[in-house]
Design a binder for this molecule. Structure first.
Ligand code: NAD
Length: 431
Protein backbone atom coordinates (compact mmCIF):
# COMPACT_ATOMS: atom_id res chain seq x y z
CA UNK A 1 0.00 0.00 0.00
CA UNK A 2 1.28 3.50 -0.78
CA UNK A 3 -0.29 6.32 1.18
CA UNK A 4 0.43 10.04 0.89
CA UNK A 5 3.25 12.26 2.06
CA UNK A 6 3.40 13.15 5.74
CA UNK A 7 5.69 15.76 7.23
CA UNK A 8 6.70 14.87 10.80
CA UNK A 9 8.07 17.86 12.74
CA UNK A 10 10.05 17.11 15.90
CA UNK A 11 11.20 13.84 14.32
CA UNK A 12 14.33 13.46 16.47
CA UNK A 13 12.26 13.41 19.68
CA UNK A 14 10.82 10.64 21.87
CA UNK A 15 7.46 10.51 20.10
CA UNK A 16 8.40 12.03 16.74
CA UNK A 17 10.90 9.31 15.86
CA UNK A 18 8.56 6.47 16.89
CA UNK A 19 5.83 8.08 14.75
CA UNK A 20 8.11 8.43 11.71
CA UNK A 21 8.84 4.70 11.83
CA UNK A 22 5.20 3.74 12.37
CA UNK A 23 3.93 5.86 9.47
CA UNK A 24 6.74 4.75 7.18
CA UNK A 25 5.94 1.12 7.98
CA UNK A 26 2.32 1.91 7.12
CA UNK A 27 3.30 3.00 3.60
CA UNK A 28 3.41 6.79 4.07
CA UNK A 29 6.17 8.82 2.42
CA UNK A 30 7.62 10.37 5.55
CA UNK A 31 9.59 13.61 5.59
CA UNK A 32 11.24 13.90 9.01
CA UNK A 33 12.27 17.39 10.19
CA UNK A 34 13.80 18.66 13.41
CA UNK A 35 16.12 21.48 14.48
CA UNK A 36 17.95 19.10 16.90
CA UNK A 37 17.52 21.78 19.56
CA UNK A 38 16.55 19.16 22.14
CA UNK A 39 20.06 17.68 21.94
CA UNK A 40 21.36 21.19 22.68
CA UNK A 41 18.98 21.66 25.65
CA UNK A 42 20.23 18.33 27.01
CA UNK A 43 23.78 19.63 26.87
CA UNK A 44 22.68 22.84 28.61
CA UNK A 45 20.98 20.92 31.42
CA UNK A 46 23.63 18.20 31.70
CA UNK A 47 20.92 15.60 30.99
CA UNK A 48 20.84 12.80 28.43
CA UNK A 49 18.59 10.07 27.15
CA UNK A 50 18.95 6.92 29.21
CA UNK A 51 18.89 4.86 26.03
CA UNK A 52 21.73 5.93 23.75
CA UNK A 53 20.27 7.23 20.49
CA UNK A 54 21.89 7.47 17.10
CA UNK A 55 21.92 10.58 14.93
CA UNK A 56 19.03 11.18 12.54
CA UNK A 57 21.06 10.40 9.38
CA UNK A 58 22.20 7.12 10.96
CA UNK A 59 18.70 6.15 12.01
CA UNK A 60 17.06 6.83 8.65
CA UNK A 61 19.87 4.98 6.83
CA UNK A 62 19.43 1.96 9.09
CA UNK A 63 15.64 1.99 8.60
CA UNK A 64 16.08 2.03 4.82
CA UNK A 65 18.61 -0.80 4.98
CA UNK A 66 16.28 -2.93 7.12
CA UNK A 67 13.00 -2.24 5.32
CA UNK A 68 13.75 -0.66 1.96
CA UNK A 69 11.57 2.30 3.03
CA UNK A 70 12.95 5.80 2.77
CA UNK A 71 12.42 8.50 5.38
CA UNK A 72 13.62 11.86 4.00
CA UNK A 73 15.51 13.76 6.69
CA UNK A 74 15.66 17.55 6.88
CA UNK A 75 17.21 19.74 9.57
CA UNK A 76 14.75 22.59 10.04
CA UNK A 77 13.94 25.14 12.74
CA UNK A 78 10.25 26.04 12.87
CA UNK A 79 11.35 29.51 13.91
CA UNK A 80 12.68 30.03 10.38
CA UNK A 81 9.45 31.07 8.63
CA UNK A 82 10.78 31.04 5.08
CA UNK A 83 12.38 27.60 5.48
CA UNK A 84 9.08 26.25 6.84
CA UNK A 85 7.17 27.81 3.94
CA UNK A 86 9.63 26.34 1.41
CA UNK A 87 9.38 22.85 2.88
CA UNK A 88 5.57 22.89 2.99
CA UNK A 89 5.33 24.33 -0.55
CA UNK A 90 7.71 21.72 -1.92
CA UNK A 91 6.33 18.70 -0.06
CA UNK A 92 2.59 19.42 -0.49
CA UNK A 93 1.95 16.93 2.31
CA UNK A 94 -1.35 15.21 2.94
CA UNK A 95 -0.72 15.91 6.63
CA UNK A 96 1.75 17.59 8.96
CA UNK A 97 2.27 15.94 12.34
CA UNK A 98 3.63 18.63 14.64
CA UNK A 99 5.63 17.47 17.70
CA UNK A 100 8.34 20.16 17.42
CA UNK A 101 8.10 22.07 20.67
CA UNK A 102 9.88 22.61 23.98
CA UNK A 103 7.87 20.19 26.08
CA UNK A 104 9.14 20.32 29.65
CA UNK A 105 7.05 22.17 32.25
CA UNK A 106 9.99 22.50 34.72
CA UNK A 107 12.27 23.83 31.94
CA UNK A 108 9.70 26.54 31.18
CA UNK A 109 9.53 27.51 34.88
CA UNK A 110 13.30 27.98 35.43
CA UNK A 111 13.29 31.74 34.90
CA UNK A 112 12.06 34.52 32.63
CA UNK A 113 14.41 33.57 29.81
CA UNK A 114 13.26 29.94 29.73
CA UNK A 115 9.58 30.93 29.92
CA UNK A 116 10.05 33.41 27.05
CA UNK A 117 12.09 30.96 25.02
CA UNK A 118 9.50 28.20 25.49
CA UNK A 119 6.61 30.41 24.43
CA UNK A 120 8.50 31.99 21.50
CA UNK A 121 9.73 28.61 20.25
CA UNK A 122 6.34 26.94 20.52
CA UNK A 123 3.90 29.72 19.64
CA UNK A 124 5.90 31.40 16.87
CA UNK A 125 6.94 28.04 15.41
CA UNK A 126 3.32 26.94 15.19
CA UNK A 127 2.30 30.33 13.79
CA UNK A 128 4.97 30.02 11.06
CA UNK A 129 3.57 26.62 10.19
CA UNK A 130 -0.02 27.94 10.06
CA UNK A 131 0.96 30.72 7.64
CA UNK A 132 2.91 28.24 5.49
CA UNK A 133 -0.18 26.02 5.31
CA UNK A 134 -2.47 28.94 4.44
CA UNK A 135 -0.19 30.14 1.66
CA UNK A 136 1.08 26.88 0.17
CA UNK A 137 -1.01 23.86 1.21
CA UNK A 138 -4.41 24.91 2.60
CA UNK A 139 -5.93 21.43 2.28
CA UNK A 140 -3.20 19.78 4.36
CA UNK A 141 -4.41 18.20 7.61
CA UNK A 142 -2.54 19.62 10.59
CA UNK A 143 -2.18 17.10 13.41
CA UNK A 144 -0.88 19.01 16.40
CA UNK A 145 0.32 17.51 19.67
CA UNK A 146 -1.34 19.40 22.47
CA UNK A 147 -1.64 18.22 26.05
CA UNK A 148 -4.27 17.25 28.61
CA UNK A 149 -2.45 19.73 30.84
CA UNK A 150 -4.19 22.54 28.95
CA UNK A 151 -7.40 21.72 30.84
CA UNK A 152 -5.94 21.77 34.36
CA UNK A 153 -8.00 20.00 37.00
CA UNK A 154 -11.53 21.48 37.04
CA UNK A 155 -14.11 20.17 39.49
CA UNK A 156 -16.32 19.00 36.60
CA UNK A 157 -15.93 16.33 33.91
CA UNK A 158 -13.49 17.32 31.15
CA UNK A 159 -14.97 17.12 27.65
CA UNK A 160 -13.05 16.72 24.38
CA UNK A 161 -12.24 20.33 23.59
CA UNK A 162 -15.74 21.82 23.71
CA UNK A 163 -18.63 22.07 26.16
CA UNK A 164 -22.23 23.14 25.68
CA UNK A 165 -23.08 25.95 28.07
CA UNK A 166 -26.56 27.22 28.91
CA UNK A 167 -26.42 30.80 30.11
CA UNK A 168 -29.29 33.19 30.77
CA UNK A 169 -31.64 31.14 28.66
CA UNK A 170 -29.28 30.80 25.68
CA UNK A 171 -27.00 27.92 24.74
CA UNK A 172 -23.76 27.54 22.78
CA UNK A 173 -21.00 24.97 22.19
CA UNK A 174 -17.85 26.71 23.36
CA UNK A 175 -14.17 25.85 23.93
CA UNK A 176 -13.79 24.05 27.25
CA UNK A 177 -12.44 26.44 29.93
CA UNK A 178 -8.69 25.91 30.31
CA UNK A 179 -6.42 26.35 33.33
CA UNK A 180 -2.88 25.33 32.29
CA UNK A 181 -0.32 24.62 34.99
CA UNK A 182 2.97 26.06 33.64
CA UNK A 183 4.37 28.43 31.01
CA UNK A 184 4.88 25.34 28.84
CA UNK A 185 1.24 24.29 29.18
CA UNK A 186 0.20 27.88 28.49
CA UNK A 187 2.20 27.79 25.23
CA UNK A 188 0.17 24.76 24.15
CA UNK A 189 -3.07 26.60 24.92
CA UNK A 190 -1.90 29.65 22.94
CA UNK A 191 -1.21 27.25 20.05
CA UNK A 192 -4.69 25.77 20.38
CA UNK A 193 -6.25 29.23 20.14
CA UNK A 194 -4.16 30.14 17.08
CA UNK A 195 -4.97 26.88 15.31
CA UNK A 196 -8.66 27.16 16.08
CA UNK A 197 -8.66 30.74 14.80
CA UNK A 198 -6.93 29.74 11.53
CA UNK A 199 -9.46 26.96 10.92
CA UNK A 200 -12.31 29.41 11.47
CA UNK A 201 -10.87 32.29 9.44
CA UNK A 202 -8.79 30.61 6.70
CA UNK A 203 -10.61 27.28 6.43
CA UNK A 204 -7.61 25.17 7.47
CA UNK A 205 -8.31 21.78 9.01
CA UNK A 206 -6.72 20.52 12.18
CA UNK A 207 -6.77 17.83 14.84
CA UNK A 208 -5.50 18.97 18.23
CA UNK A 209 -4.45 15.85 20.13
CA UNK A 210 -4.69 16.69 23.81
CA UNK A 211 -2.31 14.01 24.89
CA UNK A 212 -1.80 12.55 28.35
CA UNK A 213 1.54 11.55 29.83
CA UNK A 214 3.33 8.95 27.71
CA UNK A 215 5.29 5.97 29.06
CA UNK A 216 7.21 3.08 27.55
CA UNK A 217 10.00 2.79 25.02
CA UNK A 218 9.05 0.07 22.58
CA UNK A 219 6.94 -0.05 19.45
CA UNK A 220 6.81 -2.80 16.81
CA UNK A 221 9.06 -0.74 14.55
CA UNK A 222 11.59 0.27 17.22
CA UNK A 223 11.90 -3.39 18.17
CA UNK A 224 13.25 -4.17 14.69
CA UNK A 225 16.81 -3.12 15.65
CA UNK A 226 18.59 -1.58 18.69
CA UNK A 227 19.89 1.18 16.40
CA UNK A 228 16.32 2.40 15.86
CA UNK A 229 15.65 3.22 19.50
CA UNK A 230 14.06 6.48 20.50
CA UNK A 231 15.14 8.72 23.36
CA UNK A 232 14.06 7.87 26.91
CA UNK A 233 14.12 10.68 29.47
CA UNK A 234 14.13 9.89 33.17
CA UNK A 235 15.42 13.01 34.90
CA UNK A 236 13.50 15.63 36.88
CA UNK A 237 13.47 18.13 33.98
CA UNK A 238 12.53 15.93 31.02
CA UNK A 239 11.42 12.56 32.39
CA UNK A 240 7.72 11.71 32.49
CA UNK A 241 6.56 10.34 35.81
CA UNK A 242 6.14 6.61 35.17
CA UNK A 243 9.40 6.39 33.22
CA UNK A 244 11.10 8.15 36.14
CA UNK A 245 9.59 5.77 38.74
CA UNK A 246 10.69 2.72 36.74
CA UNK A 247 14.25 4.02 36.61
CA UNK A 248 14.23 4.74 40.36
CA UNK A 249 12.97 1.20 41.03
CA UNK A 250 15.56 -0.31 38.71
CA UNK A 251 18.51 1.34 40.43
CA UNK A 252 17.16 0.68 43.92
CA UNK A 253 16.23 4.25 44.86
CA UNK A 254 12.94 5.25 46.50
CA UNK A 255 10.16 6.41 44.21
CA UNK A 256 9.82 10.16 44.76
CA UNK A 257 6.22 11.34 44.83
CA UNK A 258 5.70 15.11 44.82
CA UNK A 259 3.40 16.14 47.66
CA UNK A 260 0.48 13.88 48.59
CA UNK A 261 0.51 12.20 45.17
CA UNK A 262 -3.23 12.60 44.62
CA UNK A 263 -2.52 14.50 41.38
CA UNK A 264 -4.46 12.53 38.76
CA UNK A 265 -3.69 12.61 35.06
CA UNK A 266 -4.37 10.68 31.84
CA UNK A 267 -1.65 8.26 30.67
CA UNK A 268 -0.91 6.20 27.58
CA UNK A 269 1.63 3.76 26.17
CA UNK A 270 3.90 5.05 23.39
CA UNK A 271 2.42 2.33 21.15
CA UNK A 272 -0.93 4.06 21.51
CA UNK A 273 0.57 7.48 20.71
CA UNK A 274 1.69 6.27 17.28
CA UNK A 275 -1.63 4.48 16.70
CA UNK A 276 -3.63 7.60 17.63
CA UNK A 277 -1.66 9.75 15.19
CA UNK A 278 -2.28 7.21 12.43
CA UNK A 279 -6.01 7.06 13.23
CA UNK A 280 -6.28 10.86 13.12
CA UNK A 281 -4.41 10.83 9.79
CA UNK A 282 -6.67 8.16 8.29
CA UNK A 283 -9.81 10.03 9.38
CA UNK A 284 -9.22 13.69 8.52
CA UNK A 285 -11.54 16.54 9.50
CA UNK A 286 -13.40 18.61 6.92
CA UNK A 287 -11.89 21.85 5.63
CA UNK A 288 -12.44 24.58 8.21
CA UNK A 289 -12.89 22.05 11.03
CA UNK A 290 -10.90 22.27 14.27
CA UNK A 291 -11.39 19.20 16.43
CA UNK A 292 -9.92 17.99 19.69
CA UNK A 293 -9.29 14.38 20.68
CA UNK A 294 -8.29 13.63 24.26
CA UNK A 295 -5.45 11.18 23.70
CA UNK A 296 -4.98 8.93 26.71
CA UNK A 297 -6.21 5.51 27.73
CA UNK A 298 -6.25 5.41 31.55
CA UNK A 299 -6.23 7.78 34.52
CA UNK A 300 -3.90 7.30 37.48
CA UNK A 301 -2.90 9.33 40.48
CA UNK A 302 0.84 9.81 40.97
CA UNK A 303 0.70 7.88 44.26
CA UNK A 304 -1.31 5.14 42.51
CA UNK A 305 1.39 4.84 39.84
CA UNK A 306 4.12 4.61 42.46
CA UNK A 307 2.13 1.82 44.16
CA UNK A 308 1.82 -0.02 40.83
CA UNK A 309 5.58 0.11 40.28
CA UNK A 310 6.18 -1.02 43.85
CA UNK A 311 3.68 -3.92 43.45
CA UNK A 312 5.36 -5.00 40.21
CA UNK A 313 8.64 -5.19 42.13
CA UNK A 314 7.05 -7.08 45.02
CA UNK A 315 5.90 -9.72 42.52
CA UNK A 316 9.63 -10.44 42.02
CA UNK A 317 10.34 -10.33 45.79
CA UNK A 318 12.02 -6.95 45.45
CA UNK A 319 11.24 -4.20 47.91
CA UNK A 320 10.75 -0.63 46.72
CA UNK A 321 10.15 2.29 49.03
CA UNK A 322 8.14 5.41 48.28
CA UNK A 323 8.99 8.86 49.67
CA UNK A 324 6.93 12.04 49.47
CA UNK A 325 8.89 15.21 48.65
CA UNK A 326 7.59 18.74 49.16
CA UNK A 327 5.85 19.52 45.89
CA UNK A 328 7.91 21.96 43.77
CA UNK A 329 4.85 22.61 41.60
CA UNK A 330 1.77 24.64 42.36
CA UNK A 331 -1.05 22.19 41.71
CA UNK A 332 -3.97 20.51 43.48
CA UNK A 333 -2.84 17.32 45.20
CA UNK A 334 -6.29 15.98 45.96
CA UNK A 335 -8.95 16.69 43.36
CA UNK A 336 -11.76 15.43 41.15
CA UNK A 337 -10.61 14.24 37.72
CA UNK A 338 -12.74 12.61 35.07
CA UNK A 339 -11.79 13.29 31.45
CA UNK A 340 -13.67 11.96 28.44
CA UNK A 341 -11.52 10.08 25.91
CA UNK A 342 -13.97 8.49 23.53
CA UNK A 343 -13.27 9.87 20.07
CA UNK A 344 -10.08 7.91 19.35
CA UNK A 345 -11.73 4.73 20.66
CA UNK A 346 -14.59 5.39 18.22
CA UNK A 347 -12.01 5.55 15.41
CA UNK A 348 -10.73 2.10 16.40
CA UNK A 349 -7.97 2.64 18.96
CA UNK A 350 -7.18 -0.60 20.79
CA UNK A 351 -5.44 0.54 23.96
CA UNK A 352 -2.44 -1.10 25.55
CA UNK A 353 -3.31 -0.79 29.23
CA UNK A 354 -0.60 -0.46 31.84
CA UNK A 355 0.43 -3.91 33.03
CA UNK A 356 3.13 -5.24 35.31
CA UNK A 357 4.81 -6.68 32.22
CA UNK A 358 5.29 -3.19 30.77
CA UNK A 359 6.73 -1.97 34.08
CA UNK A 360 9.01 -5.03 34.14
CA UNK A 361 10.17 -4.33 30.58
CA UNK A 362 11.02 -0.70 31.33
CA UNK A 363 12.85 -1.73 34.50
CA UNK A 364 14.78 -4.44 32.63
CA UNK A 365 15.81 -1.93 29.96
CA UNK A 366 16.86 0.52 32.65
CA UNK A 367 19.01 -2.06 34.38
CA UNK A 368 20.84 -2.57 31.08
CA UNK A 369 21.71 1.15 31.03
CA UNK A 370 22.02 1.57 34.81
CA UNK A 371 25.55 2.95 34.43
CA UNK A 372 24.14 5.97 32.57
CA UNK A 373 21.74 6.94 35.38
CA UNK A 374 22.64 10.14 37.18
CA UNK A 375 20.92 9.87 40.59
CA UNK A 376 20.96 13.62 41.24
CA UNK A 377 19.11 14.36 38.02
CA UNK A 378 16.79 11.47 38.69
CA UNK A 379 15.71 12.31 42.19
CA UNK A 380 16.03 15.96 42.87
CA UNK A 381 13.30 18.31 41.65
CA UNK A 382 15.36 21.32 40.71
CA UNK A 383 12.78 23.86 39.61
CA UNK A 384 10.31 25.35 42.06
CA UNK A 385 7.15 26.86 40.53
CA UNK A 386 7.26 29.89 42.83
CA UNK A 387 10.98 30.61 42.85
CA UNK A 388 12.26 29.12 39.60
CA UNK A 389 15.54 27.26 39.47
CA UNK A 390 19.00 27.36 38.08
CA UNK A 391 19.87 25.05 35.21
CA UNK A 392 23.21 23.34 35.44
CA UNK A 393 25.48 23.66 32.42
CA UNK A 394 27.77 20.70 32.80
CA UNK A 395 27.60 17.75 35.16
CA UNK A 396 30.66 19.03 37.02
CA UNK A 397 29.05 22.37 37.86
CA UNK A 398 25.65 20.91 38.75
CA UNK A 399 26.00 21.06 42.51
CA UNK A 400 27.30 24.62 42.32
CA UNK A 401 24.54 25.74 39.99
CA UNK A 402 21.83 24.19 42.12
CA UNK A 403 22.86 25.94 45.33
CA UNK A 404 20.47 28.92 45.12
CA UNK A 405 17.45 26.65 44.61
CA UNK A 406 15.29 25.68 47.55
CA UNK A 407 16.30 22.21 48.71
CA UNK A 408 13.36 19.87 48.22
CA UNK A 409 14.06 16.58 49.86
CA UNK A 410 12.42 13.97 52.02
CA UNK A 411 15.21 14.17 54.57
CA UNK A 412 15.86 17.62 55.98
CA UNK A 413 19.59 17.51 55.38
CA UNK A 414 19.89 15.50 52.24
CA UNK A 415 22.17 18.00 50.51
CA UNK A 416 24.30 18.64 53.56
CA UNK A 417 24.53 14.89 53.93
CA UNK A 418 23.97 14.92 57.71
CA UNK A 419 20.70 13.02 58.22
CA UNK A 420 19.97 11.37 54.90
CA UNK A 421 22.57 9.71 52.67
CA UNK A 422 23.03 11.48 49.34
CA UNK A 423 21.34 9.97 46.28
CA UNK A 424 24.75 8.90 44.97
CA UNK A 425 25.60 7.19 48.25
CA UNK A 426 22.24 5.42 48.32
CA UNK A 427 22.69 4.32 44.73
CA UNK A 428 26.08 2.92 45.64
CA UNK A 429 24.50 1.10 48.63
CA UNK A 430 21.70 -0.22 46.42
CA UNK A 431 24.19 -1.68 43.98
N1 NAD B 1 6.11 12.98 26.04
C1 NAD B 1 4.92 13.17 26.60
O1 NAD B 1 4.55 12.52 27.60
C2 NAD B 1 3.97 14.19 26.01
C3 NAD B 1 2.71 14.35 26.61
C4 NAD B 1 1.82 15.28 26.07
C5 NAD B 1 2.18 16.01 24.95
N2 NAD B 1 3.41 15.85 24.39
C6 NAD B 1 3.76 16.65 23.22
O2 NAD B 1 4.29 15.83 22.19
C7 NAD B 1 5.33 16.53 21.50
C8 NAD B 1 6.58 15.67 21.46
O3 NAD B 1 6.99 15.33 22.77
P1 NAD B 1 8.30 14.48 23.02
O4 NAD B 1 8.16 13.84 24.35
O5 NAD B 1 8.56 13.64 21.84
O6 NAD B 1 9.39 15.65 23.13
P2 NAD B 1 10.95 15.66 22.73
O7 NAD B 1 11.57 16.78 23.46
O8 NAD B 1 11.52 14.30 22.88
O9 NAD B 1 10.89 15.99 21.17
C9 NAD B 1 10.57 17.26 20.65
C10 NAD B 1 11.42 17.47 19.41
O10 NAD B 1 11.06 18.73 18.83
C11 NAD B 1 12.25 19.37 18.39
N3 NAD B 1 12.00 20.81 18.35
C12 NAD B 1 11.68 21.63 19.37
N4 NAD B 1 11.54 22.89 18.94
C13 NAD B 1 11.76 22.87 17.60
C14 NAD B 1 11.74 23.87 16.58
N5 NAD B 1 11.51 25.15 16.85
N6 NAD B 1 11.98 23.49 15.31
C15 NAD B 1 12.24 22.19 14.99
N7 NAD B 1 12.29 21.21 15.93
C16 NAD B 1 12.04 21.56 17.22
C17 NAD B 1 13.31 18.96 19.40
O11 NAD B 1 14.62 19.07 18.87
C18 NAD B 1 12.91 17.53 19.73
O12 NAD B 1 13.62 16.61 18.95
C19 NAD B 1 5.52 17.86 22.22
O13 NAD B 1 4.87 18.87 21.50
C20 NAD B 1 4.84 17.64 23.56
O14 NAD B 1 4.31 18.84 24.05
C21 NAD B 1 4.32 14.95 24.90
Amino acid sequence: MTAGTVLVLGADGYLGWATCLHLSAGGYQVIAADSLVRRRWDRECGTRSLIPIRSMPERVRLWQKLTGRRIAWSRLDLGDASAVADLVAQAQPEAVVHFAEQRSAPFSMIDRAHAAMTQANNVIGTLNLLFALRDHAPDTHLIKLGTMGEYGTPNIDIEEGFITINHNGRSDRLPFPMQPGSFYHLSKLHDSHNIQFCCRVWGLRATDLHQGVVYGWRTDEIDAHPGLRTRFDYDAIWGTVLNRFCVQAAVGLPLTVYGKGGQTRGFLDIRDTVACVRLALQNPPANGEYRVFNQFTEQFSVAGLAAKVSDARTAHDLKTSIVHLPNPRVEREDHYYNARHQRLLDLGLQPHYLADTLIDSVIAMTQRYGGRVDPVELEQPNVDWRRGGVPWRTPSTKQEALRPVQVLSAGANRRSGAATPSPKARLAQAR
